[in-house]
Design a protein around this ligand. Sequence first.
Ligand SMILES: [Zn+2]
Length: 268
Amino acid sequence: MRVVIDPGHGGTDPGAIGASGTLEKDVNLSLSLLLRESLRKCGIEVFLTRENDTTLSISERVVMIRTCKPDLMLSIHHNAGGDLATGSEALYRSSGIPKPGEVELAKALATGVAATLSISYRRVLAHEHGVLRSDCVAVTLESGFLSNPVEERLLKDPDTQRNLAESITRIVIAHFGLSQGQHQEMDAIAIWRDGAYVCDGILHNGTSYAPVRKFAEALGLQVDWNGAERMVVLTTKDIATILLRIDGAEITQLEDGRILLRAKAAQE
Ligand SMILES: [Zn+2]
């Protein structure tokens, strides 16, 4: 899956000005960078129309989006409208027929963002926002109002922005029917025993995996492979033989043939 994030405004165009002077272009960019990080962790390919404070016209953005051929374009904006205006809002195209699921995604994003920020859900609406003239599902998100002092404080806070990025990621994943687990990148980990390096493993969905042979031998176990039974046989002097069935839940076999078992299970 491929997503283009379009951080609104930039360069000579500051966008909305917050109650205490926060510039919309800056909040748009910082949220977009966090969103890129969060989506990438789920194995989603992400492009940004701008990665720094540069000026870009709408037509330049549209060309970039079309060139990328994404499945989704998310334009990140923040609203302004007087210090009493409040709430989240998402826009979908008003010209032509919305892409399948576009209105539903806009609604899911606006309501999800409102829940994450504990602010009100304002609306979704069809709008002639230039970047929505994309060939893919395209939504412009206005997370809240920078002109509202309470929302401005929230929206410029880095922790809140991180929560928001993660919330948007969860909504995108659910909308496109992706499984967060399946698409999560596997982080490399190193396994040490008593100050000595043993082997590399991976962290996947909060569980660490380690190659059986290296891991078990480091624990003083004898490791044998019973091909006929598709079984790893671990033997120790002190305790009974442990049999690890490949078809069992505790074992993962990688495409390159390595067999991994949950490190927690091996220690127990
Ligand atoms: Zn804007």
